[in-house]
Ligand binder design. Structure first.
Ligand SMILES: Nc1ncnc2c1ncn2[C@@H]1O[C@H](COP(=O)(O)OP(=O)(O)OP(=O)(O)O)[C@@H](O)[C@H]1O
Length: 322
């Protein structure tokens, strides 16, 4: 992509006292693209997104949104941006429509209140006081306020937390519609299926750094595929096998394991090794009960990264607290 990114972060760092929450991050989001920022609790996602939202200055590095510094040129950036924070403070005495109306008063060209409430599925709750809304309905009100100014860029911090499955799907449809209209979105989420459903690219954060970035396919390709089966004899009786009984495999990333009669192989050459396993089973007259062969899911890739980081995290904390 050659066009200037809409959100551009270069070498960004952010500290809270002695603790560095964002440790040299590079990230681009292009027009009409959705990038999902993933990471375990405390990885630094919110701290990073707040830099792009202009809520705090970077301690080092450069942050640009729509070509401007979102902190120093906030007055130029804010009117073109929609922000959905993790927790917005509402006055619980106002109704839903009054809240939107009040917010609209701060914008130069707000969309009509009824239209925005309909877009987030809150039209029927327009006259209900915010204090009486459910957690999921409040989350949708947050989203209504974020899209009220017809933004070119949207920052969504865990937008579907607390939403029921139907509302989550409705939010995804809304976001897809905005993307189709050319809106640029940077989203944080703990729901990996949300990232899979919406993201053009994923960035996984760990201890203040982006440790993996790419499309879902690129991110999962780095994680070995899996072959699993429960060996049975021709009569359907379970056969006890040890990992050493398996044939040599071309892409086996780690030793095979056997747990409660189920053999698990991690491989970087799924097709080749599956063919080997099938030929070996045929040769030994084995039935491969409940055979599964699949590429890694985003969840497996994410968990593998998180596991791998545990040792590193512990070392970082010692560094900080020393
Ligand atoms: N105001 C603050 N003062 C001190 N430390 C902070 C502050 N805000 C965040 N932190 C710390 O910075 C780290 C990153 O926090 P951040 O909220 O950015 O993570 P996150 O990835 O968004 O987490 P979550 O998924 O839980 O929202 C955490 O260790 C957190 O405790």
């Amino acid at each position: 992509m050659t066009a200037e990114p809409i959100v551009s972060v270069r070498g960004a760092r952010r500290r809270y006292g002695d603790f560095e929450a964002v440790r040299g991050v590079d990230l681009d989001v292009h027009r009409g693209e959705l990038v999902a920022l993933l990471g375990t609790n405390g990885a630094g996602k919110t701290s990073l997104v707040e830099l792009a939202e202009g809520l705090a200055p970077a301690d080092a590095g450069e942050v640009r949104v729509l070509g401007r510094d979102p902190y120093l040129e906030r007055h130029l950036v804010v009117p073109r941006v929609g922000i959905m924070l993790q927790e917005a403070g509402f006055s619980s005495d106002l109704t839903t429509a009054e809240t939107v109306g009040m917010w609209a008063g701060t914008l130069s060209r707000p969309r009509p209140t009824a239209e925005v409430l309909a877009a987030v599925g809150l039209a029927h709750r327009a006259d209900v006081r915010v204090g009486s809304l459910s957690g999921g309905e409040r989350r949708r009100l947050d989203l209504a306020l974020a899209i009220l100014g017809d933004p070119e860029v949207l920052f969504l911090d865990e937008p579907t937390t607390g939403l029921d499955p139907e509302s989550r799907q409705a939010t995804w449809r809304l976001v897809r519609g905005l993307l189709a209209d050319g809106v640029t979105v940077l989203l944080t989420t703990h729901y990996l299926e949300e990232a899979e459903a919406l993201a053009d690219r994923i960035a996984i954060m760990q201890a203040g750094r982006i440790v993996r970035e790419g499309t879902v396919a690129e991110v999962t390709a780095a994680e070995p595929a899996r072959i699993e089966f429960a060996p049975r004899d021709a009569a359907g009786r379970p056969v006890a096998l040890a990992p050493a009984d398996l044939p040599p495999l071309a892409g086996a990333a780690g030793a095979a394991s056997v747990e409660r009669g189920r053999v698990r192989v991690r491989t970087e050459r799924l097709q080749d090794d599956l063919e080997t396993v099938l030929a070996w089973a045929r040769g030994r007259g084995l039935r491969l009960h409940e055979l599964e062969a699949r590429s890694a899911s985003l969840e497996q890739a994410f968990l593998a990264l998180a596991d791998g980081a545990l040792a590193g995290d512990a070392a970082d904390h010692q560094e900080v607290t020393a």
